[in-house]
Design a protein around this ligand. Structure first.
Ligand SMILES: Cc1cc2nc3c(=O)[nH]c(=O)nc-3n(C[C@H](O)[C@H](O)[C@H](O)COP(=O)(O)OP(=O)(O)OC[C@H]3O[C@@H](n4cnc5c(N)ncnc54)[C@H](O)[C@@H]3O)c2cc1C
Length: 280
């Protein structure tokens, strides 16, 4: 097998433009499962390990920009965790320390599983995916990036360069449920952002539909029926109706991990709990 190790983004771009069928390897925590367990046989690998620019993150007063090859271990602690707490919470739930040392947001986006823990966070925070390839740059809102189960908007020869996440004045959190407390793929997950300046709440659901789902009806109903700018928590009735509307927005299926009924119930409970935490 050919393994290429570009050192710059330009070099990476040239390799993929010439050979769009080459397979990108970032942390390898999804790809190597495909190779070792599912018989995938890439003819050539392009490793992102030496492309320094993709391992960097930056921020200014408007947004946080995270390179595609930044590992979860960097997101879960320190300054980056303080800037995007929901992403830190999601990162802490990914696999084991070994998986978090290797696995990246670029890989989560490359695989685009509805259960990917980074994806509801990118959805609720209305992140933009920065794409490079074929001598071009495209900025795609996360809402348009994920187009189906394990399908994304990347074209041949393109790769995820980075993700930028607008900074929010308000609370943000992520929670998931699985069949055990650690090393588990989500059966249902929820990210909630309470944007105090805008008086809005944004809710994104994972593992309960073919893509990450937003909950526009629940979001606008809550904005009309509670004080999202202030410190007064919504009443129990309002929280219960919000939970019901979130459940109603889900489109879960029964599979080997869980039932549709449980998943629908779980996202409503997670959203209500996150809303309550946003006032504590
Ligand atoms: C034991 C175990 C536990 C896990 N637990 C979780 C979990 O709890 N939550 C969760 O969300 N995931 C989990 N995963 C899956 C995996 O860790 C994540 O999806 C991770 O984000 C993948 O990142 P990676 O860098 O390892 O991707 P890789 O495996 O390197 O790549 C994955 C796919 O994305 C493509 N790709 C990678 N980078 C780019 C890029 N920059 N541009 C375009 N395409 C790219 C690759 O070609 C490949 O198709 C687990 C995996 C294992 C093995």
């Amino acid at each position: 097998m050919t393994v290429l190790a570009p050192r710059t983004v330009d070099e990476l771009e040239r390799i993929l433009a010439d050979s769009p069928d080459h397979t990108i390897l970032s942390g390898g925590t999804d790809l190597m499962v495909e190779v070792n367990l599912h018989g995938r046989r890439p003819t050539a690998i392009v490793s992102l390990r030496s492309v320094e620019e993709l391992h960097a993150w930056t921020f200014d007063h408007e947004r946080v920009t995270i390179g595609a090859a930044v590992p979860y271990a960097t997101m879960e602690v320190g300054e980056l965790a303080g800037l995007v707490p929901a992403l830190a919470q999601a990162a802490r739930t990914v696999g084991s320390p070994q998986i978090r040392a290797a696995g990246t947001l670029g890989g989560n986006l490359g695989t685009c599983s509805p259960a990917g823990d980074g994806l509801p966070v990118l959805s609720a925070l209305e992140a933009t995916v920065h794409i490079r390839g074929n001598g071009d740059r495209r900025d795609v809102p996360f809402a348009d990036f994920m187009v189906g189960v394990k399908r994304n908007a990347l074209r041949a020869g393109e790769f995820v360069h980075s993700v930028s996440i607008p900074r929010v004045d308000g609370w943000q959190g992520y929670a998931k449920v699985g069949t055990r407390n650690a090393m588990v793929i989500a059966n249902a997950s929820t990210c909630l952002v309470r944007d105090r300046s805008a008086g809005r709440v944004r809710v994104a659901l994972g593992a309960v539909g073919p893509t990450i789902l937003r909950c526009p009806e629940a979001e606008s109903w809550l904005a009309a029926n509670s004080d999202l700018r202030g410190n007064t928590p919504p009443s129990a009735d309002v929280r219960a109706e919000f939970s019901r509307l979130v459940s109603q927005a889900s489109r879960p299926i029964d599979d080997h991990r869980s039932t549709a009924e449980y998943r629908r119930h779980a996202v409503g409970v997670l959203a209500r709990r996150l809303l309550e935490r946003s006032y504590q």
